[in-house]
Design a protein around this ligand. Structure first.
Ligand code: 1WB
Ligand code: MN
Length: 344
């Protein structure tokens, strides 16, 4: 294992869950933040967009794709940020607005990548509200703009990607060989009520409940038998889904015997090994990292910061000081990101 100071100089670090926003999406988020509503995304949108000064540090950093961000990367030894439009992205807008804003955000993302050669890669947004147009935008984003994958912020109008209406989206991602990063958002209506107290709705707990449920739906529904080469990414140390692998395997078979679910071609743990990668965003625990590497393999665990919501320096220290081999550290810090997201 190399010495820490030396490693800080030489390790290539690609951070894979890094948020931005464009002014047009920020303005549309602000409208939602200021309207009444029961969505669990609203408290966080209020904190970001309609807050007293103090939380506005998030908005400044989300809007910035130049000075603040590059300075933070340079100060901390971050080589590349894989950027994605911040949650809930375009998924709370009507279909036409969402489709237009996804296109605009993807254009701006490609421009930012071109302005800073080698420093950024990007996950394209799409509007699940209009699956056919989403699939068209997905093709444009990869083939014309050269973006590196996709982000979706979990449910759309309380529906999940296993629903047949979204199959064109899954089909497009599989055909393009581009990974879909399933990022959290506030829980869908049916999951929401017990998460309304104590701040449980957002990153502390609700995000993980929402997003892990989404991933387990994709496994349990059988859509991964229909799209066997689809690649999916979960942040926040896999939203803990792989911790449940043994029980998922045991109970899914029982479910099939009871007629509660389909008979799958593989066990849930085998879909996790074949169709998923995970990132370390916002969960800087060496114990959880060790478990994840043992459960999924070091080639399925990618480093992330979750800028600007989490500070960069501790995320870098977490990576550099992890008690893993240099080979594993190279995979987690950059090689997996290069492979999964086609980053040169
Ligand atoms: C996350 C965290 C995403 C926060 C966010 O998007 C906000 C995350 C609005 O954990 O991915 C937050 O406020 O901590
Ligand atoms: Mn995030």
């Amino acid at each position: 294992m190399s010495d820490h100071a030396d490693q800080h100089e030489t390790l290539r670090r690609i951070a894979t869950e890094e948020a931005f926003v464009i002014p047009e999406v920020a303005a549309a988020h602000k409208v939602i933040a200021e309207a009444p509503g029961t969505s669990l995304d609203i408290p966080l949108l209020r904190a970001i967009y309609a807050s007293p000064p103090g939380r506005s540090v998030f908005l400044d950093r989300l809007l910035d794709l130049d000075e603040l961000r590059i300075a933070d990367m340079d100060a901390n030894g971050v080589d590349v940020e894989l950027l994605s439009l911040t949650a809930p992205g375009v998924q709370m807008f009507d279909a036409d607005t969402a489709t237009g804003l996804a296109t605009l955000a993807n254009d701006r993302l490609a421009e930012a990548i071109a302005r800073h050669p080698g420093r950024y890669a990007g996950l394209a947004s799409f509007a699940p509200q209009s699956p056919r147009r989403a699939a068209e935008e997905m093709r444009r984003a990869i083939e014309d703009l050269g973006l590196h994958g996709f982000v979706v912020n979990s449910h759309t109008n309380d529906e999940y990607l296993d629903h047949p209406k979204y199959w064109p989206v899954l089909e497009a991602a599989e055909a393009l060989g581009a990974c879909i990063y399933i990022h959290p958002r506030g829980a869908s209506a049916g999951l929401a009520d017990p998460l309304r107290d104590y701040g449980l709705w957002a990153a502390m707990w609700g995000y993980g409940i929402e997003t892990s449920t989404h991933a387990v739906r994709l496994i349990a529904s059988g859509v991964l038998d229909r799209f066997p080469r689809l690649q999916l990414c979960l942040g926040h140390m896999g939203e803990a889904v792989h911790f449940w692998a043994w029980r998922l395997d045991f109970m899914q078979r029982r479910n099939a015997d009871l007629g509660w679910g389909p008979r799958l071609e593989l066990r849930p743990s085998e879909y996790l090994q074949r169709n998923f990668v995970i990132t370390t965003s916002g969960l800087e625990s060496h114990l959880a990292l060790d478990f994840s590497i043992k459960a999924l393999g070091a080639e399925r665990v990618l480093w992330a910061i979750d800028y600007p919501y989490q500070p960069t320096a501790p995320a870098v220290a977490f990576l550099d000081s992890a008690p893993i081999s240099d080979e594993e550290r190279a995979l987690v810090s950059h090689r997996n990101a290069e492979r999964v997201f086609h980053i040169a």
